[in-house]
Design a binder for this molecule. Structure first.
Ligand code: DX5
Ligand code: ZN
Length: 215
């Protein structure tokens, strides 16, 4: 699956960019929420997500890069999130958070920073619908891919198989036309792409190309 990241969209023409994603082969909208505390950047919040939801014809995959995410689950549900991911590093009671997200009718995701070993997910993987594996340090679009992510994908795929889980592996950060096939081969299910899609001359064609490379 391909999930273009709205963080790299043109906010003055957000409707146009949402429509472009609607009309493309993309599967999901990846929506990055940053609070200036968990990450050193602030992106956008609930009103913008509500606006995107009005026009979006594909599910919203909302990635919370915020501290105390559990305070806002209901708000993100109301804003239109279909998948809601919290950071492992921001969650003291991760199991409780995942259950709360699911109880609200959303798919529950866990995001992990590049320094967080995937082995830490072994006891939570069966409760996790999606792992958002950061392949850059979270906070900014347009950074370069951290190569060790490939090893982490393989290791996580093994844990998922051993545990008989149906968790999706999503790769977030630095995804390009050059590395998409290798990510798929290592075991990734969902590729997030911000910079690669939105700096392309023809974003629709680039999304189609990413789909083809990761089939
Ligand atoms: C980074 C965000 C990513 C970002 C990816 O903190 O979580 O979703 O938008 O952007 P690119 O694809 O440009 O690395
Ligand atoms: Zn993200």
């Amino acid at each position: 699956m391909i999930a273009p990241s709205v963080l790299s969209a043109d906010f003055l023409n957000l409707g146009r960019d949402v429509d472009m994603i609607n009309n493309s082969e993309a599967d999901l909208f990846h929506v990055d929420v940053m609070d200036g505390r968990f990450v050193p950047n602030i992106s956008f919040g609930l009103p913008v997500i509500k606006a995107i939801k009005k026009l979006a014809r594909k599910p919203l995959d909302v990635h919370l890069m915020i501290v105390e995410p559990e305070k806002y689950f209901q708000d993100f549900k109301n804003a239109g999130a279909d998948i809601l991911s919290v950071h492992y590093e921001a969650s003291t009671h991760l199991h409780r958070s995942l259950q709360a997200i699911k109880a609200l009718g959303m798919k529950a995701g866990v995001a992990i920073n590049p320094h967080t070993p995937v082995s830490l997910l072994a006891d939570i993987i069966n409760d996790t619908d999606l792992v958002c594996m950061m392949s850059v340090n979270p906070g900014f679009g347009g950074q370069s891919f951290i190569p060790n992510t490939i090893n982490k994908i393989k290791e996580l795929r093994q844990i998922i198989n051993e545990k008989g889980a149906s968790t999706l592996i999503e790769i977030d950060g630095g995804v390009t036309l050059e590395n998409a096939a290798a990510l798929k081969a290592a075991g990734a299910d969902v590729l997030v792409a911000g910079n690669t899609v939105f700096t392309a001359e023809d974003p629709i064609k680039t999304i189609a190309e990413l789909q083809r490379l990761s089939k």
